[in-house]
Design a protein around this ligand. Structure first.
Ligand SMILES: [Zn+2]
Length: 61
């Protein structure tokens, strides 16, 4: 189980066993607190954010 903070505000922590589960666990928080991040994904490739998430996940695990 990996525990990590939200990579955009650090105020909320999440636990998951895999990167995909972490993504799913974070989504409600992102819809609630980081709408601008989600909306930017419609215009920008999400690779940059995914790379940040993956790096944080691997650093936490
Ligand atoms: Zn956040």
């Amino acid at each position: 189980m990996v525990t990590m903070a939200c990579i955009d505000c650090g105020a909320v922590h999440f636990q998951a066993d895999s990167l995909r589960e972490m993504l799913v666990a974070m989504m409600p928080h992102y819809f609630e607190a980081h709408h601008e991040v989600i909306q930017s994904h419609t215009m920008n490739p999400r690779e940059a954010w995914m790379n940040r998430l993956r790096a944080a996940f691997e650093a936490s695990g």
